[in-house]
Write a protein that binds this ligand. Structure first.
Ligand SMILES: [Zn+2]
Ligand SMILES: [Zn+2]
Length: 271
């Protein structure tokens, strides 16, 4: 089985612990053949809603140099790519375009960690079903904007707020908004943007990938082909975690291939 982890954070993310080298070595041990570093670039967030220090990213560090050295050192053991996780790119399209035009990147994940004017989902307090529904509704609107903006290669962890809502006892899901969900996935397909199957939900009380099986199936039914798998690991113990399960899920949902990227060009490898 071809295992690929296209969502990995290193010390270049404010909330992650281990170096690029240590993350890649841990992934090799788990049988990962291809890995893309996707450190946070939250410069696109609304001011006041920043979760991660914006200055940690590229221009201020030798991040790309470090990537090139690790890629060289591990060549033959694992195929490494350079990417980022851009949050809320629809809030700041100009910055998003700047990242998309930067030729160092192979891959960009477009994620929503907060909706306009609200805190990161991680920090929010969920106190009613009504509030969870309202957030989920706006969340899907924002993903629709991202598919139309088109500066990313895949949509990150679709359904991400559910991870925190479940923890507060609410079972609200993007599936509660079938028309909006279809519109997001259809627009992604039409604009050549894929989705990822993010396995971090397997490591918490949610107990499933983000998105889950039904959404992955729906994406397939709507003609979706571009799909990546990612651990969203922030420490080496999680590098490559759950990728085997995600690959199985893809197969069950009718995918024969998993996607990797070189300079934003999708490549399809049999799972
Ligand atoms: Zn994320
Ligand atoms: Zn992430």
């Amino acid at each position: 089985m071809f295992l690929t982890d296209y969502h990995v954070h290193s010390t270049h993310s404010d909330d992650a612990e281990d170096t690029m080298l240590d993350m890649a070595l841990a992934a090799v041990k788990r049988g990962i053949k291809s890995l893309c570093f996707t450190d946070h670039a939250d410069e696109c967030c609304d001011p006041g809603c920043l979760s991660f220090a914006p200055n940690l990213f590229l221009p201020q560090t030798d991040m790309y140099g470090e990537f090139e050295r690790v890629k060289e050192e591990l060549s033959g053991k694992i195929d490494l790519r350079f990417g980022c996780e851009l949050a809320a790119i629809n809030h700041d399209p100009e910055t998003a375009k700047k990242f998309r035009a930067d030729e160092r990147f192979d891959f960009i994940i477009g994620s929503v960690h907060n909706v306009r004017g609200r805190d990161d989902f991680y920090f929010m307090k969920y106190d009613s079903e009504e509030m969870c529904r309202e957030i989920t509704d706006i969340y899907l609107d924002e993903y629709l904007e991202i598919t139309r903006l088109g500066c990313c290669d895949v949509l990150g962890h679709l359904g991400y707020p559910e991870k925190y809502m479940v923890r507060s006892g609410f079972e609200t899901s993007v599936l509660d908004y079938p028309e909006k969900l279809r519109a997001v996935l259809k627009s992604a397909v039409e604009n050549g943007i894929g989705i990822e199957v993010n396995t971090s939900g397997l490591r918490c009380s949610l107990g499933r990938t983000m998105p889950g099986r039904e959404v992955v199936k729906l994406y397939r039914e709507l003609g979706g082909e571009i799909i990546t798998t990612g651990s969203d690991s922030h420490r080496k113990a999680d590098a490559g975690a759950g990728i085997g399960e995600a690959a199985e899920l893809l197969r069950e949902c009718g995918f024969k291939y998993v996607t990797t990227f070189t300079k934003h060009e999708p490549e399809f490898t049999a799972i």
